[in-house]
Design a protein around this ligand. Structure first.
Ligand SMILES: Nc1nc2c(ncn2[C@@H]2O[C@H](COP(=O)(O)OP(=O)(O)OP(=O)(O)O)[C@@H](O)[C@H]2O)c(=O)[nH]1
Ligand SMILES: [Mg+2]
Length: 565
């Protein structure tokens, strides 16, 4: 157990070999994970617990932590952040009220040293009445000793200590800190320390944030485009697909089956081109950049800068993390809202993520659709998403009962990401994308191939035709987008690529896709985390706004084009 962002998940992963997410911000772990540990001839289980500031849980994630403590254990490993000892000792003291033996893991010793903080573990151990093991979890330092101590302790009995009242407790903590900790005066702030200060002040924090944004977009959009145009598309279009087409043509006679496999919407044609050549490069580069920002501790700093704006729509700056996670995938973003302090904020952030934040796959599809034709349309769609978010935020803030509480937004130390942890994280994210996203995308593509080749699509398009053509100004076949968009968000965009649309139509298509249904997995997680009613409600609002805004834009655009001749 321990405060948020002290390295619990790293300790857990290193000791059990079970990979759990770790990132440099509070609220990475929002549910518990159990892992097996072997130590000599001994076997047992270790549990990775969400971070909590105190045992008076105020968020869903903290409640999970406290519930686990109530269930009991043979020993508690209480992880402390050596760079914020005073605050961390609050929970350390509360845990002493239980009859479970505790070993304190004094982590982040390397960062403390960099900050000129010196702590005497032996003295601290005397004061706390339990062993204290200094560690650098990320480098595996001290973890063996930590484990030995925990195993030894687990056989001992411990008497619960009486509860100290708030006042007494903090006085006692102050006294301990003054005894065990010395701060070496440093001549000059290091560059990282200066950067830590700069990035949370409007000046030069906001220009820095803009630079980070532009650099990130440059890598993702520019790099993705290059990767796609130079390597992936030629490979798929000129080598792989012709090869497969040849083989299939040899084996399968001309007809419906051959078309389903290698025709215009053939499974082996777009089933390879869409996921691998169009979406993958962007998703990959997005996570390259995002994981770096995550581990560096930069993301919560944007929360500090954006706090003023977000507060106006009833959201704390701390919620910036799940919102940004949403640009990757809405599922972890919605789970991440468990760290929010109130149910109202949870629902608001989850709705905004489902409503107007395009996920990485969908962004990839937007870049592919609009990137070459009109960079303005692309920028417009993203600006619109931000405007819509603010507008919907204001409305939801009014209609959802409850209020948001002031939250102490924890700003972590800036760290240079650990190379191995970073690589592992990236690998896992890509694996997850391959299995989850590509699977569902393939499923959608198979449906598309079958309904396109069997004529079902024609019937369906005829039905929706008047609406799609009249109101949205898109060709009839665009109803395929609406059908496939139910499965995954990028599938609402990709079919438009094959339709030779003009810029107005492309933008309308992108707007509809932007707001259109959250995908099936998002619907599932909304139902699980909130209720079926909430999921259906969010689904309904998104569809209605998609058609309303898309159509409105088309009508206005056509009018303006008409007037200008
Ligand atoms: N330099 C350094 N970084 C560390 C150390 N231990 C953990 N970290 C980093 O600190 C950050 C937080 O680690 P996590 O394991 O996610 O923290 P947590 O306590 O599980 O956080 P929550 O799940 O949010 O409660 C990550 O970026 C880790 O890589 C350490 O000893 N030294
Ligand atoms: Mg964790």
């Amino acid at each position: 157990m321990g405060n948020p962002n002290v390295g619990k998940s790293v300790v857990f992963s290193k000791l059990t070999g079970v990979h759990v997410d770790s990132s440099n911000y509070a609220g990475t772990t929002v549910d518990y994970t159990v892992g097996d540990i072997k130590f000599g001839s001994k076997q047992g289980v270790m549990i990775d617990v969400p971070g909590t500031y105190s045992l008076e849980a105020t968020s869903e994630a903290e409640r999970v932590a406290v519930a686990l403590l109530e269930e009991g254990a043979d020993a508690i490993i209480c992880v402390l952040d050596a760079t914020h000892l005073e605050r961390n000792l609050g929970l350390a003291f509360e845990l002493k009220e239980y009859s479970i033996p505790i070993v304190y893991c004094l982590n982040l010793m390397d960062v403390a040293e960099r900050h000129g903080i010196k702590i005497d573990p032996e003295k601290l151990s005397e004061e706390l009445g339990s062993p204290v093991i200094p560690t650098i979890a990320i480098k595996n330092k001290g973890l063996r000793e930590l484990m030995e101590t925990a195993v030894k302790l687990s056989k001992e009995k411990k008497d619960p200590e009486p509860r100290l009242d708030e006042q007494e407790r903090w006085e006692r903590i102050k006294e301990i800190v003054s005894k065990v900790q010395t701060q070496i005066a440093k001549k000059e702030l290091s560059f990282i320390e200066k950067l830590e200060d700069w990035t949370v002040q409007p000046w030069p924090g906001i220009p820095i944030a803009l630079l980070v944004l532009i650099a990130s977009l440059g890598v993702v959009v520019g790099g993705g485009k290059a990767l796609r145009a130079v390597v992936l598309l030629p490979l798929v279009k000129q080598v792989i697909v012709p090869f497969l087409t040849k083989i299939v043509s040899l084996i399968v006679p001309a007809g419906i089956l051959r078309n389903i496999l290698v025709g215009e919407f053939g499974i082996l044609v777009i089933g390879i081109e869409w996921p691998f050549a169009l979406i993958l490069p962007y998703v990959f580069l997005f996570y390259v950049v995002f994981s770096f920002l995550e581990d560096s501790g930069y993301l919560p700093r944007i929360g500090v800068l954006a706090d003023g704006v977000l507060r106006r729509i009833g959201i704390q700056g701390g919620n910036i993390i799940p919102m940004m996670l949403g640009y990757g995938c809405a599922v972890p973003a919605i789970l991440g809202t468990r760290a929010a302090n109130t149910q109202k904020e949870r629902i608001m952030v989850a709705s905004l993520v489902s409503f107007a934040i395009p996920c990485a796959s969908q962004s990839g599809a937007f870049f592919a659709l609009l990137g070459d034709k009109s960079i303005f349309a692309l920028i417009f769609v993203y600006l619109l998403s931000i405007l819509a978010m603010l507008a919907v935020g204001v409305v939801l803030n009014r209609i959802i009962p409850g209020k948001s509480q002031p939250l102490l937004l924890e700003v972590p130390n800036l760290l240079l990401p650990d190379k191995d942890a970073y690589k592992k994280k990236l690998k896992l994210r890509m694996k997850h994308f391959m299995l989850d996203a590509e699977g569902a995308m393939l499923f959608g593509i198979i449906i598309a191939a079958v309904i396109a080749e069997t004529g079902v699509l024609n019937e369906f398009s005829k039905m929706l035709g008047p609406f799609v053509e009249g109101w949205l100004g898109l060709p009839r076949e665009a109803s395929l987008s609406l059908l496939l968009g139910i499965i995954r968000r990028e599938l609402a965009v990709l079919p438009l690529l094959e339709m030779n649309l003009n810029t107005l139509q492309l933008t309308v298509g992108a707007i509809v896709a932007l707001f259109y249904l959250p995908c099936l997995s998002v619907f599932g997680v909304l139902t699980k985390e909130f209720s079926l009613k909430t999921a259906l409600f969010i689904g309904l609002i998104t569809v209605v706004s998609a058609f309303f805004f898309g159509g409105l834009f088309n009508q206005l655009g056509s009018l303006i084009i008409g007037i200008m001749g």
